[in-house]
Design a protein around this ligand. Structure first.
Ligand code: FE2
Length: 383
């Protein structure tokens, strides 16, 4: 009998590990991964609720990053000081704890229960550690059906915690890499813009407008992210155009204009060499086609209508608007209102009507106070 039980729990353990790694492979959004791991743990030990705490070393805080149970919604994002409570102690010492009655424990902070309305009785807290570094802790609350958690429950939770810790570690590393990639892309765009005082901030603004349009068009979060990066890099090919042409204050000759048009092809070429190949596909397409126009009068290939990729159509509108409304050596720059009028005039001939409508709706919404719209959005971009 004991053997069968042991076997059962081993199988359960393996299934949990498998599920956890499947989750990790299929979706690296940290919140979702943690939530799914927590749910599995709660089920395995038969708890009423569970909380996953993540240590934020910089801010010296511990924060609920996933919660399961009747008060989950009100517990999510609650923060404690890094040494506060039972969870703080487990994170500090790296040792799991089984507590039969939390009310009698000197380290217990009732604050979390008070703000959620949940009543914690018994509790298991296990540290989440990778290579000796504690990243957070998992708490399993109130054993269901019987009064207390057993030593076996804590052993199981402890054994499974390494998988959870690894998932947390991987997710944190993935997010850090994403942040690093984005800041590298931003730096690259800034370096590019800095070549010409008249284009300072151009790529950031185009990326910002493009993101707002994408959000208005209700593109998926991952598309918005891809578009934002692609828009930051849309003019990267200008790196291959000489200053004499790029910064020429007078009108360009036909030959010079042909040369400057090459920035689309150069940009696509640069970005299509980024590894892994599929990471920058949209960015390469956007760099190549952001000067294509709906009626086929654009460059470099004279694409028309839907043959122009959606991201390039969006960036095309954002780019044109910024170019029109920013002072250049040869012009003062239009007001935002006149910029919008100009986009409207070219709607359906040069620009995609839906995109122009989305962008003009944004500008009207904030009464042409772009700074206010940005403040309302609360960000350039989340990452
Ligand atoms: Fe361009």
């Amino acid at each position: 009998m004991t053997h069968i039980k042991e076997l059962e729990s081993k199988v359960q353990e393996l299934v949990t590990l498998l599920e956890a790694s499947k989750q990790l492979n299929s979706n690296l959004e940290m919140g979702e991964v943690l939530e799914s791991i927590l749910l599995q743990m709660v089920r395995i030990v038969g708890a009423e609720a569970g909380t996953l705490w993540v240590l934020d070393k910089k801010r010296q805080k511990i924060k609920v990053s996933a919660a399961y149970g009747p008060s989950a919604a009100s517990i999510l994002n609650i923060e404690l000081d890094q040494n506060e409570g039972i969870v703080g102690k487990v994170i500090r010492t790296g040792e799991a704890q089984l507590i039969e009655n939390v009310a009698e424990n000197p380290d217990w902070t009732a604050r979390v229960d008070q703000s959620s309305g949940f009543v914690t009785k018994s509790m298991i807290t296990v540290p989440l550690a990778v290579k000796g570094k504690v990243l957070g802790a998992m708490q399993l609350l109130n054993k269901q059906d019987i009064a207390f958690f057993s030593e076996q429950d804590i052993r199981l939770a402890d054994a499974l915690s390494s998988q959870s810790a690894l998932a947390l570690h991987n997710s944190q590393m993935y997010e850090e890499l994403q942040q690093m990639l984005l800041s590298m892309i931003r730096t690259l765009a800034k370096v590019l813009d800095a070549r010409d005082p008249y284009t300072a901030g151009h790529s950031e603004r185009v990326a910002k407008y493009s993101l707002w349009i994408a959000q208005k068009l209700e593109l998926s979060a991952s598309d918005c992210e891809e578009l934002y990066k692609a828009a930051l890099l849309h003019d990267i090919g200008k790196i291959g155009i000489t200053d004499a042409i790029l910064r020429k204050p007078d009108r360009l000759t036909v030959e010079e204009y042909t040369t400057i048009q090459q920035h689309t092809v150069i940009g696509a070429d640069i970005l299509s060499n980024v590894e892994p190949k599929d990471a920058m596909v949209h960015a390469a397409d956007t760099a190549l086609s952001h000067h294509e126009r709906l009626d086929g009068t654009g460059y470099p290939h004279g694409l028309a209508g839907d043959a122009i990729p959606l991201f390039a159509r969006i960036v095309g509108v954002a780019d044109t608007f910024d170019a029109m409304t920013t002072a250049r050596s040869y012009s003062k720059g239009l007001s935002y209102q006149l910029g919008v009028e100009e986009l409207r005039r070219c709607k359906e001939t040069l620009f995609d009507a839906q995109i122009v409508d989305a962008f003009t709706a944004i500008l009207e919404e904030c009464d042409y106070q772009i700074d206010q719209y940005e403040a309302g959005q609360g960000r350039g971009y989340r990452l």
